[in-house]
Design a protein around this ligand. Sequence first.
Ligand SMILES: NC(=O)c1ccc[n+]([C@@H]2O[C@H](COP(=O)([O-])OP(=O)(O)OC[C@H]3O[C@@H](n4cnc5c(N)ncnc54)[C@H](OP(=O)(O)O)[C@@H]3O)[C@@H](O)[C@H]2O)c1
Length: 213
Amino acid sequence: MITLKLATSLDGRIATATGESRWITGPEAREAVHRLRAEHDAVVVGVETALADDPELTVRLLGWSGKPPARVVLDSRQRLADGCRLVATAREIPTYVISTTPPEPRLTEQGVRVLQVHAVGEERPELKDVVQSLAAEGLQRLFVEGGGMVAASFIRCGLVDRLEWFRAPMLIGGEGRPGIGALALGALADAPKLRRLEVREVGSDLWERYERI
Ligand SMILES: NC(=O)c1ccc[n+]([C@@H]2O[C@H](COP(=O)([O-])OP(=O)(O)OC[C@H]3O[C@@H](n4cnc5c(N)ncnc54)[C@H](OP(=O)(O)O)[C@@H]3O)[C@@H](O)[C@H]2O)c1
């Protein structure tokens, strides 16, 4: 079960050209994202998001005391910074780096679990292998939070079951970073199709929920 979450401008951008992304959506949408995180076994991001935002990827909800989801960074060459929040808290909350190279002691010594998987394409982790390796760790419900390149990879591999799209009433323009990177479609007929399940207002944003057809 894989859910992709996007928090974008109306024109589908997740950050400005300089990488500024905090905050596109409002506090109500962010709270809904924390509730969604709490329903999954692991939160997954690409290493560019981990480097740009230094996120915690934790569930921060008043009075919530459930099992925290693991954090997973797709990071072929283990570029994750030593001093970042994910690494600093890796002994408290399970934190995985998915790499195509052998585990680096600089990360494992701080409690990060490095899983080495097969490489495909641009020497990046083969996503089906990633999903299997995480399932073997007991992580089956994955919540993919971006960025755009990772979102596109999951869609291209046909691995996204649900899409939770939070859309803010703002426009960033074509130079902004796309919420979904290149899908390499040959024809419109090849475009992945989704069924809309629901649209909700959350504060000043819209929350659109889709499932794969
Ligand atoms: N608005 C939001 O909610 C939101 C959410 C997330 C991110 N963001 C913003 O998005 C920007 C980062 O997004 P991004 O698209 O540039 O990068 P990204 O998707 O976060 O990370 C891409 C990197 O992940 C690594 N990777 C490993 N396996 C991969 C795979 N199978 N497919 C794709 N990438 C893989 C690659 O680096 P290696 O080749 O080195 O492994 C790749 O360069 C930041 O500015 C961040 O602030 C916004």
